[in-house]
Design a binder for this molecule. Structure first.
Ligand code: ADP
Length: 609
């Protein structure tokens, strides 16, 4: 079982990872390679014996049984290589399937535990993509390259060198010396290719995005409306070209250095074979050995000049890959707080109060404080609204509240205990909500809503609850009129899927949030795309359904804030005003000003208010 751990991954993990995913298959593939390697080395001896006995048979004009025996052994060796290669391929396929499944699973889990600020960071995105992109090919290659190098190439070269050395010692030394520069060049080449891939990945990500824009269903309406295909096509082409050039340049440099190495080894090997001719003539080595060694030396050239260089460069590439994996495994995870409390408490956590005490916060890497010495108190059963201009920090407040960012100064106390000491599982039992960019899941309506049940409601009960919520939110009828009712798949993935209107998607997201029995509900402007009146109506509906819980509505539009018992006005990183709607209007401060400015938006719904 593969387990992604915080440790240093090295080139040895090219074997360890496949082995931990599929041990039996990895052993079978290794054995297949080991036997093939032994066969390859023995083949040098067998060919020599066969040629010598065949030459003797021809010279003596007698049928020689030993020639036939060596020939049969040779044929068996060749057949083994072909048959075992196919068996090896089958088991490698099994390793790839298991490896892909386990590796991806662990990467996804690690990703879900990562700190939120890392998920927002494009570098993390690139890192994860480098690890998981073309994973099937990588798993298959990491084992193959490792085994080829250590089980095939090295022993094969060593075996042939020993045989050569036993007959002509200096020849063995010359061949050994030839390998050193080649290996050095290959190592550098492999590293360069990986680094080039890393640089090209940024352009690749962009050209994939533009390609989706040009061909995907998501943008089909705007594509035909604005007819931007040729503009985007040009953008796509620029990015594609940049990526292609980087990759091609690295590949060309690598090929050039490998070819130089190949030419060098070819010349040297030819010289070696020529040197062996007088040795054969003088009887120092037999004709059979000459034929066999010449073949072996040319084989070595091919092996060292190309295959081995390729394998070494691949190992260098995987060393970089393992470096990425080490970095990924070490990425900090969200603070898990008091894990013990997680397992013990199966129910919802009772909410008493939540207090921000002198909280100061800036985003990682940014200098400006979004919240500055910020204090506010939320009490059980009350309905709050947080208002402020765009960019005032309302969503940031919610991100801190829900534990997405934990690097703040000051304290956020939930029921008197620092929020950071709660585990994510505990947070889920306290908060639920709908955010600005709520997700549209391309799964069934039922699954879309049931995701909100965090395991605290029994299955039968949760179905009833789902229907009730859909009814209250006014989408039950629309859903039951669909072909597969609640089982209808939403989105645009296939012909059977049904896409909803913007408002319906919002209500599905609200039903999801309300499925969770968490005592504190947050509504962070999921209605930004709606007109002010519809937003106000939706907030009213949400408020009515969740009247027994504590709610926080976020908006930069004030039509919905009258529903709240208490309003916080945020500006310049702190609370500028607070109180009820009436109190704030009477005070005549920034709330009253904003309200007046926005009043005309609500004329229709409020009869000229
Ligand atoms: P509001 O919800 O009130 O419109 P936000 O809380 O979304 O405002 O943003 C407050 C400020 O923080 C803005 O200036 C915004 O640009 C900045 N901001 C938001 N998210 C990030 C982020 N991930 N990294 C850096 N700055 C951010």
């Amino acid at each position: 079982m593969f387990v992604l751990k915080k440790r240093k991954y090295t080139w040895l993990d090219m074997f360890r990872i496949p082995f931990s995913c599929a041990p039996v298959s990895t052993i079978v593939v290794t054995l297949q390679k080991v036997i093939t390697m032994l066969v390859n080395v023995l083949q040098v001896v067998v060919v020599a014996e066969f040629v010598d006995s065949a030459v003797a048979a021809v010279m003596n004009r007698t049928f020689d049984r030993s020639a036939l025996t060596w020939f049969i052994i040779l044929m068996l060796m060749v057949s083994w290589k072909r048959v075992s290669y196919n068996i090896g391929r089958l088991f490698t396929k099994h390793i790839v399937i298991k490896g892909n499944e386990q590796f991806l699973n662990e990467c996804t889990e690690k990703r879900s535990r990562l700190r939120y600020c890392l998920l927002e960071n494009p570098d993390t995105e690139e890192l994860i993509n480098r690890i998981t992109d073309k994973l099937e090919r990588n798993i298959s290659e990491m084992l193959q390259r490792f085994l080829n190098f250590f089980v095939i190439y090295i022993p094969r070269i060593a075996g042939v060198l020993i045989i050569i050395g036993m007959h002509v010692w200096w020849l063995a030394i010359v061949v050994t010396v030839m390998t050193v520069p080649l290996i050095a060049v290959s190592l550098r080449g492999g590293k360069k290719i990986y680094k080039a891939n890393e640089t090209a990945a940024v352009y690749e990500r962009r050209h994939h995005y533009f390609f989706d824009l040009l061909t995907g269903r998501e943008a089909v309406e705007e594509r035909s409306l604005f007819g931007y295909s040729s503009f985007v096509n040009q953008q796509w082409h620029n990015q594609y070209d940049a990526a292609r050039k980087i990759n091609f340049k690295a590949e060309a440099m690598f090929t050039a250095s490998i070819n130089a190495g190949s030419i060098l080894t070819s010349v040297l090997s030819s010289a070696i074979v020529i040197i062996m001719i007088p040795l054969t003539a003088s009887g120092e080595i037999t004709v059979g050995l000459f034929v066999s060694l010449s073949t072996a030396v040319y084989d070595l050239v091919n092996l060292m000049g190309w295959e081995m260089s390729k394998a070494v460069s691949q190992i260098a590439k995987f060393r970089e890959y393992m470096r990425d994996l080490t970095q990924f495994a070490a990425l900090p995870e969200r603070q898990t707080g008091m894990e013990a409390a997680d397992t013990e408490d199966a129910g919802i956590i009772e909410f008493k109060e939540l207090e921000f005490k002198h909280v100061t916060f800036h985003y990682p890497g940014a200098e400006t404080n979004i919240l500055q010495d910020f204090s506010m108190k939320i009490e059980r059963g009350q309905h709050y609204a947080v208002v402020g201009e765009n960019g005032a920090g309302k969503s940031t407040l919610i991100k801190l509240l829900t534990g997405l960012y934990t690097d703040y100064e000051g304290e956020i106390l939930l029921n008197g205990r620092e929020l950071r000491s709660y585990s994510p599982k505990e947070w889920k039992k306290v908060f639920s909500g709908v955010y600005q960019d709520f997700a549209r899941y391309y799964i069934s309506v039922e699954d879309n809503i049931q995701i909100g049940n965090i395991g605290t409601i029994h299955e039968m009960e949760s179905k009833k609850r789902m229907h009730l919520l859909a009814q209250k939110l006014g989408i039950h009828e629309a859903i039951t009129s669909l072909r597969h009712r609640y089982a209808t798949r939403l989105g645009k993935l296939d012909a059977d899927s049904v896409d909803l209107s913007g408002g319906q998607w919002q209500k599905v997201a609200m039903a999801r949030a309300l499925m969770n029995e968490a005592p504190l509900l947050i509504l962070d402007e999921p209605t930004a795309a709606l007109d002010p009146i519809s937003e106000s109506q939706l907030y009213e509906l949400f408020g009515e359904i969740s009247k027994d819980r504590t709610t926080i509505f976020i908006s930069h539009r004030l039509g919905s804030t009258k529903l709240a018992n208490h309003i916080f006005v945020i500006g310049d990183g702190c609370i500028q005003e607070q109180g009820s709607h009436e109190e704030l209007l009477q005070r005549g401060g920034s709330y009253a000003e904003m309200y007046k400015a926005q009043q005309s938006w609500y004329v229709t719904s409020e009869g000229g208010a």
